[in-house]
Design a protein around this ligand. Sequence first.
Ligand code: CUA
Length: 411
Amino acid sequence: MRVSPHWKRNGRKGLPTLLRAALPLLALALLAGCAGEYPQSTIDPRTDFAEIIHSLYVQVFWWTMLILAVVWVALTWVIVRFRARPGDGTPKQIRGHLGLEIGWTVGPAIIVVLIAIPTIQAVFETQRPLSEDALVVEVTGHRFWWEFHYPEQGVTTANELWLPVDRPVSLRLGASDVIHSFWVPMLGGKRDLNPIVAVREGEEPRYNWLFFTPQETGLYMGQCAEFCGESHAFMAMRVNVATEAEFDGWVEGWFASRGAAIPAEAPGEEADAAHAGDGTAEGGAMVQTTAIPSSVDEDPLAVQGRDVFLNQATCGACHAIQGTPAQGRIGPDLTQFGLRTSLAAGIMENNAENLAAWIIDPERFKPGVNMPGTQYDMESRIVAGVPRFWPATNLDEAQVRAVAAYLLSLK
Ligand code: CUA
């Protein structure tokens, strides 16, 4: 005896056929209602740039909906009108139809032109010349982290970009090694960061630029969008769009950490003169700040960590912390590290536990990372005869905890 599956046995008695057919669609509509917050959404633009891209997306969407509707109506009509019926002979045979041929060539061609016009407009709008009052940030892609330098302010930070709301921003994009791509879906991108190779005398290095004006404060998530190696997927970033006062406070705090005055122009940066405008830019003014006692001094563990970081270990060879002798430029600048919400280029929460685990074995979280762990077998790290990493730091667990406490106190 053949037993049919239960859905065949019971199905017919249940819901009417039409409703059964519509069930998947209803389920889809229901699930769409569960949509949460998507931090990397392109359909939730928060800059003029993202707005332009989004409006293009919406236009293309409605054109495709129109095509879908035409195809479905025609298909339904053909299925119903021309279905085989008992007693039908061979249908009339047609070879070619001039009207149809012209129709399905000209129709799509018109739609392509109508999509091309706003697309070309968007290309020009998003490549417009640098606006005068724009805040310039030099973005450098490294395997696998982001460096942000503000020439006007003389500030350098990593992985978490601070921007003031409602002020145009010009990001100058370059890379130190391979091609990366800047992409913060709600703000702008994707635009490549190309390695800046040596240029001839009198030639300008060919940077890519990205211009936008953030319209709303908030924390925005971004991602490297060009495959750049084994940890490409772990090369995330965050953009903190703050009020102008908060942004200025952050810049001031960066300098306060060394108890110095903000210079009118950052030293040794030729680019500054070109971008400083007429000198009335607020960041360019001389701001006197008194040395704020660092929160480091309040925590004995942090004090111990500072000693390890600056005197006992080689951290300062790669990392810089303003106000200290650590001025390495190979790894991320760690000034105000305690303000960062994430760790290791956006891949985990910035807290003592994660930070200690990261310092002990960065490779565990980010394959191919340059930062050395506390211990490792050098033999296993030799690729094509060349050691891939800097020597192990040889810190013991207590030292690691102290360094973590020190870094988290930097704010
Ligand atoms: Cu950097 Cu992918």
